[in-house]
Design a protein around this ligand. Structure first.
Ligand SMILES: NC(=O)C1=CN([C@@H]2O[C@H](COP(=O)(O)OP(=O)(O)OC[C@H]3O[C@@H](n4cnc5c(N)ncnc54)[C@H](O)[C@@H]3O)[C@@H](O)[C@H]2O)[C@@H](O)CC1
Ligand SMILES: [K+]
Length: 509
């Protein structure tokens, strides 16, 4: 069964994790911190030089920690390429960290030795900085993973100044003022157009205010031994590894995947239809809609390709407790996966039905929408040992499952990791970003804008697609990832044709 294995360039770390990897690289492998800083700055420079106007003027806002050192390395290379450099030291130049001090000296010496390169201006405090200085871009080297509280003093002023100017801002590692773990603005934060994330991708770039503050994120590799990165437990979701392994080619229609969709009640049949059609569109062998008998005529007309298995009596329009056995017998006929939830409704008897099914069915199940609501009504719940579950809650449904409200995306990430590990389930937590948690306490985050998917019906389409990929022998995590990326690709193509287009669930079928 194919699973999800992210290459190291997609590892996401907390600030503490990145500091630990950094320290172990230095202590255990003898790669000096000065070398790490050189590699960081040089790789940012390599990218930047392609984006900047030749020999233009850059403002380098520097703090006193190693984040400033990265910026000074960039400054040294650009200086040698004829750029004019103004370095503004917000906390002065007396108290720089060791490597940053070395790079400061180096920058000055290079200029002294070469009069023909760009100009170098050093400004030792914010007060000495002329607010009307004309420049072409800003390099933010004020604060990185060392930020420990709300931004103080002149950093605040520099951030406010930069955010008012129209200059492009390139941030070293993390935009100053953004918390590296939570993605929250710590009082004030610089708005970057682009952020170079060194060694690992910093978690805060993807949570809460992170995407809005960081702009485009570019990963810059550092010479960290790969195994040291194993302390990370979050990864950016990306085509590069999710799509690397092709699907098995099917031999028989039932080997091409079977998905049972247990869904729909009177008035909510649209959700069942979207889920079933979305799964069918992925080309799987069979989609079998298991529905209350009374709703069958609606599906007969609307879903000719989908196999229908009516349950109960002709006047049953929603699922009831007495249907449990018949449904279990039906979904056990062929080897396949089960999607339960879209449009089920919240009738008392439906809740009882779903709960019985969840407690007794040993097969693999994907729980969505009202299926999750029924699950959350149970005081205690555990999946049967032999089965694999995927839960697809939106933030409200996740709160119901946790029995408390979710505070923000960082809380959501931590909660998803804990719940998926404790309950031994896969959780696809909807939102921006989508967070996919696995029983192994790993989390995969999306980096594209998922807010376009918040309208009614998108959940049903997504559930259908996950179910379809899952029915074809992909792991639960990979199926979820494939469905997310599928949505991303369709969205990108639609927006390419018309960037202001309002997308609808049916566009994704
Ligand atoms: N993998 C790594 O860890 C590497 C880190 N490097 C760089 O080093 C950075 C981390 O360097 P440091 O640990 O020196 O930390 P920073 O350079 O991020 O900042 C630390 C300094 O900022 C001050 N400070 C903290 N919070 C503040 C606040 N709220 N307001 C004002 N001042 C505040 C502290 O007193 C300290 O002097 C990374 O973000 C990255 O840019 C790179 O040089 C290479 C490798
Ligand atoms: K920074």
């Amino acid at each position: 069964m194919s699973s999800l294995i992210a290459p190291h360039s997609f590892y996401i770390s907390t600030s503490q994790e990145s500091q630990d990897i950094d320290a172990r690289t230095i202590q255990e492998f003898g790669i000096e911190s000065f070398t790490l800083m050189e590699v960081a700055g040089y790789s940012a420079f390599r990218d930047l030089i392609q984006r900047l106007q030749p020999k233009s003027h850059g403002l380098f806002f520097c703090g006193k920690g190693n984040n400033a050192g990265d910026a000074l390395v960039v400054a040294r290379y650009l200086l040698q390429h004829g750029f004019d450099i103004t370095a503004v030291f917000i906390s002065g130049t007396d108290d720089l960290s060791e490597d940053t001090r070395k790079n400061f000296q180096l920058l000055k010496r290079i200029k002294e030795a070469n009069s023909s390169i760009g100009s170098l201006t050093i400004i030792s405090s914010w007060n000495e900085f002329d607010l009307h200085t004309e420049a072409d871009f800003v390099i933010d080297g004020m604060l990185g993973t060392g930020l420990d509280s709300e931004v103080r003093g002149d950093y605040n002023k520099a951030i406010t100044w930069s955010n008012k100017e129209e200059l492009p801002v390139y941030a070293m590692d993390i935009p100053t003022g953004l918390h590296g773990d939570t993605g929250k603005v710590m009082g004030n934060a610089i708005s970057a157009d682009l952020t170079y994330s060194f060694g690992t991708l910093k978690q805060g770039l993807y949570l809460n205010d992170g995407p809005g503050k960081a702009g485009e994120v570019i990963y810059c590799e550092l010479p960290f031994p790969n195994h040291l990165k194993d302390i990370c437990s979050a990864y950016l979701l990306d085509d590069q590894y999710v799509l690397a392994e092709p699907d098995r080619s099917p031999r028989h229609k039932y080997e091409a995947g079977v998905l049972y969709v247990v869904a729909g009640s009177e008035g909510l049949t649209g959700a069942a239809m979207l889920a079933a059609q979305s799964a069918w569109a992925e080309g799987i062998g069979a989609v079998i809609l298991v529905c209350p008998h009374g709703n069958l005529p609606i599906y007969e007309k609307a879903l000719p390709q989908i196999i229908k298995k009516p349950i109960g009596e002709r006047d049953d329009y929603f699922f009831k407790e007495e249907h449990t056995e018949e449904v279990i017998a039906t979904i056990s006929e062929k080897k396949g996966k089960v999607l339960i939830g879209p449009g089920l409704g919240r009738n008392d008897s439906t809740i009882g039905f779903v709960q019985q099914l969840l407690e007794t069915n040993e097969g693999d199940m994907l729980l969505d929408a009202d299926g999750l609501w029924c699950l959350a009504q149970l005081k205690e719940w555990n999946k049967p040992k032999a089965s694999t579950w995927i839960l697809t809650p939106h933030p409200g449904e996740l709160s119901n499952l946790l029995g408390r409200s979710i505070e923000d995306d960082h809380d959501r990430l931590e909660s998803v990791k804990t719940l998926s590990t404790e309950k031994n389930v896969n959780i696809l937590s909807k939102g921006y970003p989508v967070i996919l948690g696995t029983p192994e306490a790993k989390a995969y985050l999306t980096s594209y804008d998922t807010r376009k998917f918040s309208r009614a019906g998108f959940g049903d389409v997504l559930a259908g697609k996950i179910g379809a990929f899952w029915s074809r022998d992909n792991s639960a995590a990979k199926s979820s990832a494939l469905a997310l990326l599928k949505g991303k690709h369709i969205l990108e193509n639609l927006l390419k044709a018309d960037s202001s287009r309002i997308v609808e669930p049916k566009d994704f079928i």
